[in-house]
Design a protein around this ligand. Structure first.
Ligand code: ZN
Length: 420
């Protein structure tokens, strides 16, 4: 299976951050990595390979060289994507004829792209089990709900820019008036538990549109959640292919980037700092040596970038614009929304040159503010030289995004060279 096919498979099997991390965990276990739990003491050895998961939705994996403690070489991406989350009580009867689901926005999506397409529901259930609780992933894995548009006859202005109200326009339809209780039953069946055992839930909508490769010479592919599963999967794939020699290789996938990264499993938490320091101490390094290894470390923050839109080329900076299938994007911003500076740019460019991977440079137009990424948030806890990169894509935060078929392999090659 080539990289792209394997990625499309992964994206389809990863409707939520929980599923993405569960799938990455499977790959790590298969590659011989051992899971460490944060609440236990850690015993780690030179030459060993480990990972730690927080909240079922973020993972940090690391591989230690045979020589033992060494500076860090970190790549980081994120597991979450904009979607809708079901509220704690989600059944909402309309006209005694329709059962809708009460949902709220998670992150900043293009709202209109979620209408009139089959959607499903996935996430995590918390189950009562005798005297304890446990979590269970769930995925209905069928066309289960849909958010219907108003007919144009009642919404004549819809093509002139319509303001979608998430509490009014965007509630998905699940059943007719007699469908109360049926979704909980369906979720319980899918998770193989009884409805009364479900104590709580984190459930999200996802698009059922399968991934596809399209266009002249199969130049493009489309699916949901390309931002940032493409980088998360690409980083992990490169990570699993390399044996660390002189540095500790770290691959981190954080959750909640789309809502500010402030959770305990986000990039703006102590997760990375906690993990790095615990690894250092477990390997017998002193506090001073751990700080020195951070100062000598390097981080690649990988989150997708905006390719020039074919219909709106005027929205992009004249000199620093990027295109799909033309290689890894290095992102720059004078106000440090991206962490890249001349040094980290040069270091990463040289790595790409060695790997024969083309590099492009992205900067926003000065009159258009850009988004920020994991790099600067993570740096507030673990400060090291960092480069912000990504792969060029279209329609970021649409329910169906588009990217170039050649770029994933470029990312994997570049990161392979980074860890080598
Ligand atoms: Zn992103």
């Amino acid at each position: 299976m080539d990289h792209l096919e394997a990625f499309l498979n992964f994206a389809e099997q990863s409707p939520t951050a929980f599923h993405a991390i569960a799938n990455l965990k499977e790959d790590l276990l298969e590659a011989g990595f051992r899971e460490l739990r944060e609440k236990d003491p850690w015993l780690v050895d030179a030459g060993g390979k480990y990972f730690v998961i927080r909240n079922d939705s973020a993972v940090i994996a690391f591989a230690i060289p045979r020589s033992g403690f060494a500076p860090w070489r970190i790549a980081a991406a994120h597991s979450d994507s904009p979607t809708f989350k079901l509220k704690p009580r989600f059944e909402d009867l309309s006209e005694s004829a329709y059962l809708r689901l009460n949902v709220e926005k998670y992150g900043g999506m293009i709202l209109s792209t979620w209408l009139d397409r089959p959607l499903s529901i996935a996430g995590r259930l918390v189950i009562r089990e005798e005297n304890r609780i446990r979590t269970r992933l769930v995925n209905l894995d069928r066309d289960a709900v849909l958010i219907p548009n108003m007919p144009i006859h009642f919404n004549r202005d819809v093509n002139d820019g319509y303001r979608w109200n998430p509490q009014v326009d965007l509630l998905p339809l699940y059943g007719e008036g007699d469908a109360a209780g049926k979704l909980m039953k369906e979720l319980a069946d899918a998770a193989e538990v009884k409805p009364e055992e479900i104590l709580s839930h984190d459930l999200f909508l996802y698009s059922r549109q399968p991934g596809s490769v399209w266009g002249a010479d199969d130049a493009f592919f489309s699916c949901g959640r390309i931002d940032d599963l493409e980088c998360a999967w690409g980083c992990m794939r490169a990570f699993l292919q390399e044996e660390p020699r002189e540095n500790i290789a770290v691959c981190a996938v954080f959750d909640n980037e789309e809502v500010g990264s402030l959770s305990r499993q986000g990039a703006d938490s102590t997760f990375l700092y906690d993990t790095l320091t615990r690894v250092g101490f477990a390997l017998g390094a002193s506090d001073g040596e751990i700080r020195a290894a951070m100062a000598d470390g390097f981080m690649v923050s990988a989150d997708n970038a905006h390719a020039v839109h074919p219909n709106h080329p005027e929205k992009y900076d004249r000199q620093n614009r990027v295109y799909m299938n033309r290689g890894v994007v290095i992102k720059h911003n004078a106000n440090q929304k991206y962490t890249t500076d001349a040094v980290s740019d040069a270091v990463f460019s040289l790595i790409c040159e060695k790997a024969e991977v083309p590099v492009q440079h992205f900067s926003n137009r000065s009159d258009i503010p850009g988004g920020s990424t994991l790099g600067n948030l993570s740096n507030s806890h673990v400060s090291m030289s960092t480069v912000d990169i990504g792969l060029a894509q279209l329609a970021m935060h649409s329910a169906c995004e588009t990217a170039g078929t050649k770029d994933l392999a470029y990312l994997i090659r570049a990161l392979g060279a980074f860890w080598e």
